[in-house]
Design a protein around this ligand. Sequence first.
Ligand SMILES: [Zn+2]
Length: 74
Amino acid sequence: MSDETPICSAKGCRTAAVWVLAWNNPKVHTPERRKTWLACEEHREHLSQFLGVRGFLKDVVRFEEWRAAEEAGA
Ligand SMILES: [Zn+2]
C-alpha cells in the first residue's frame, strides 16, 4: 500500500500536492527519463518557472491524471 497523501516539493511546504511537474535535465538524464516534482496550487507557478528557465520542464499534469496514466502504462 502506498497511498500516502502526496506533499508539495516546494521547500518548507507541507500542503497536499495537486500537480506533477515532469522534468528532465539533458546533462544528466537520458531524453526519455522523467523526474517529477509535486506541487500544490500555490507553488505550481514557482516550481514551473524554476524548471522552465533552465529548460528542464517537460510537462505539468494534474496529480490524478499523472497517476492514472502511470497505472495505465505500467
Ligand atoms: Zn506548496
